[in-house]
Design a protein around this ligand. Structure first.
Ligand code: NAD
Length: 480
């Protein structure tokens, strides 16, 4: 049985309760984890609070050194960590490997930045004679990191790397269905010398562990990634204690394909953008708007690509797309597809659960493309969190941008064109935290990432994230 990490120790839940973690490809039990309650969470918060004074007092260079040593121990166990991620999440092993590696990259990036002195304060000349103005930055204290199941390690690193690097301590709560890789990386970091209490991991339900993190006054910041509806609840509850909050929520990213687009580039990009991680990505392409002149050709190419994708168990190295993460996730996609068909939509690829013995116990669904779906259908209004892509024909860029923005979400967006003027308009007018030109989903740690509208607020990545894990204090030094 896996155990939680609290104050540098591996612990069970005080109640002794446990929960099973199942493999989405086979339904088999992978392992069991403690099912924590509020008391366990409070213990972890207290450990993080005790560790804060010493951790935040270390120089940035020393924290950086400890974090790099910790991440190198994760690198030394990449195969094992990636294997756990595939077991619990269902994603292809190659993608799990990249995710585990990027976890270490992210830790090292922020370790490097603080080693080099970030986040910098500043000196501000003041009009008052012989007085000097300074802005100094301080860590916030205990940070609660609440993580969903689609990219358990990436989304964990996005929070804990900057948080710990600048001197905060953390209590992380992975999704109930994907705790194993998280527990293992935390354990590896501790074994490599990360001080006890700096990183704690508590496994249990969002309504219990998450709720305690949000309401406990010792926690000063919540970094949350998940559904918009949960994020709104988190923001409401956190407001009672005026906690700092970063919310990375749902998305319904549009890709616009203009009449001058390179169709090879567009079809390849959109196919990866939609079907990577079985479509379960916040930044997945969830709606396509294509100029009339290119529509037939694009649909044909995307349908051909979708039909060629190899489905299977994530551990099979030939697998390009794994199962959906849960039965609930698959049902939701099936219901959204049925609704699109009811509205008159035509399925041009996929649309079914694949048949065959190897798919019998997993939550598989074929990569699916649907056309001629009128606006009003659920696929245009809701987030589709699975391998289902609606494509709509548009007259021109005006209509494409208007439709792309006609959503409550504002996370990512893409445009495929060779015309700089069209690209410029998309950059200016698409309501989103990211716009890619002739690309999709290139998310590097170096650029700030975060949504607008109901996709959330606050930034992860870049040096900008450091603003969200520190507070600024103004200082006036007056001459005597
Ligand atoms: P979810 O909101 O159901 O759960 C996310 C986390 O919140 C889990 O750890 C869960 O246990 C916890 N939680 C649930 N209820 C809670 C509560 N009342 N208080 C505190 N914590 C609670 O989301 P999910 O289904 O795990 O993830 C998929 C969603 O996440 C999609 O909408 C996706 O777009 C979004 N997402 C966003 C980003 C981004 O960066 N914007 C990245 C990945 C996923």
């Amino acid at each position: 049985m896996a155990e939680m990490i609290v104050n540098g120790e591996r612990v069970s839940a005080a109640s002794g309760a446990t929960a099973e973690v199942r493999n989405p490809s086979t339904g088999a039990v992978v392992d069991t984890v403690p099912l924590a309650g509020a008391e366990d969470t409070r213990r972890a918060i207290a450990a993080a609070q005790s560790a804060f004074a010493a951790w935040s007092a270390l120089s940035g260079a020393r924290r950086g050194q400890l974090l790099i040593r910790a991440s190198q121990n994760v690198r030394a166990h990449l195969d094992e960590v990636a294997g756990l991620l595939t077991d619990e999440q269902g994603k292809p092993i190659r993608d799990a490997h990249i995710e585990a590696e990027r976890f270490a990259d992210n830790i090292e990036l922020y370790a490097g930045l603080v080693t080099a002195g970030a986040p910098h304060g500043k000196h501000v000349p003041l009009p008052t004679r012989r007085a000097m103005g300074l802005v100094v930055r301080r860590p916030l204290g205990v940070v609660g990191a609440i993580i969903p199941w689609n990219f358990p390690l990436t989304l964990l690193a996005n929070k804990i790397a900057p948080a710990m690097a600048v001197g905060n301590t953390v209590v992380a709560k992975p999704a109930s269905t994907t705790p194993l890789a998280t527990l293992r990386v935390a354990e590896l970091m501790l074994e490599a010398g990360l001080p006890p209490g700096v990183l704690n991991v508590v496994t249990g339900p969002g309504g219990v562990v998450g709720e305690e993190l949000i309401s406990n006054p010792l926690v000063r910041k919540i970094g949350f990634t998940g559904e918009t509806s949960t994020g709104i609840q988190v923001a409401r509850r956190a407001a009672d204690d005026l906690k700092h909050v970063t919310l990375e929520l749902g998305g319904s990213d549009a890709a616009i394909v203009c009449d001058d687009a390179d169709l090879d580039v567009a079809a390849r990009g959109i196919s990866i953008g939609r079907f990577f991680n079985a479509g379960q990505a916040c930044l997945a392409i969830k709606r396509v708007f294509v100029f009339e002149a290119m529509a037939d050709e694009l649909v044909e190419r995307l349908a051909a690509r979708a039909s060629r994708l190899k489905l299977g168990d994530g551990h099979d190295p030939r697998t390009q797309m794994g199962p959906l993460h849960s039965a609930r996730q698959r049902t939701e996609i099936e219901e959204q597809l049925a609704d699109a068909i009811e509205w008159g939509g035509r399925v041009v690829a996929g649309g079914q659960r694949p048949t065959g013995e190897q798919f019998a116990n997993g939550h598989y669904f074929e990569p699916t493309i649907v056309v001629d779906v009128p606006e009003g259908a659920r696929v245009w209004r809701e987030e589709t969190f699975g391998p289902l892509l609606p494509i709509m024909r548009v007259r021109d860029l005006d209509e494409a941008i208007q439709r792309a923005n006609d959503t409550e979400f504002g996370l990512g967006s893409s445009i495929f064109t060779r015309d700089l003027a069209k690209a410029q308009r998309a950059i200016d007018e698409l309501e989103a935290g990211y716009t890619w030109v002739n690309a999709v989903q290139i998310v590097e740690d170096e650029l700030p990432f975060g949504g607008t509208k109901h996709s959330g607020y606050g930034k992860e990545h870049g040096t900008e994230v450091l603003d969200y894990y520190t507070e600024q204090k103004s200082v006036v030094m007056a001459g005597i």
